[in-house]
Design a protein around this ligand. Structure first.
Ligand SMILES: [Zn+2]
Length: 127
């Protein structure tokens, strides 16, 4: 992590305010029989700065930083970088009771061994 980017953390309250603002905005934009462009403009003018404007950069930059530092860039979904997953698995194995993991040999390991039904230790080739 020492070489990765660092970003200020958005507080849970920052995220909640931004979420509330965006949910309300989504509701207004989705229901144009109930709300017109003037209502939406008035709402944005009154609430954007307090509920979203102070937070969205920290929330989005924090998300980008976390993903860049911790997530596998080759996947389209969120998952640990292989070296982080290996470290977690190594830690779990170190602290697991004897026999908690499958001891069979696998060329292309599944996540769970069909023979003994125990988790197979992590191997990057599983992907
Ligand atoms: Zn097994």
């Amino acid at each position: 992590m020492s070489e990765g980017m660092k970003a200020a953390k958005a507080t849970p309250a920052d995220v909640d305010e931004m979420r509330d603002f965006l949910f309300k905005l989504e509701e207004m934009v989705s229901d144009l029989e109930e709300y017109d462009a003037g209502d939406i403009g008035d709402f944005c003018y009154a609430h954007f700065s307090a509920q979203c404007g102070r937070h969205f950069q920290r929330v989005l930059f924090g998300y980008d930083t976390l993903v860049d530092n911790a997530c596998d860039p080759t996947l389209s979904h969120l998952d640990w970088k292989p070296e982080i997953e290996e470290a977690i698995t190594a830690f779990q194995q170190l602290h697991a009771p004897d026999g908690a993991f499958c001891a069979h040999s696998w060329a292309y390991p599944p996540e769970v061994c069909p023979a003994c039904n125990k988790p197979v230790p992590f191997n990057p080739r599983r992907r």
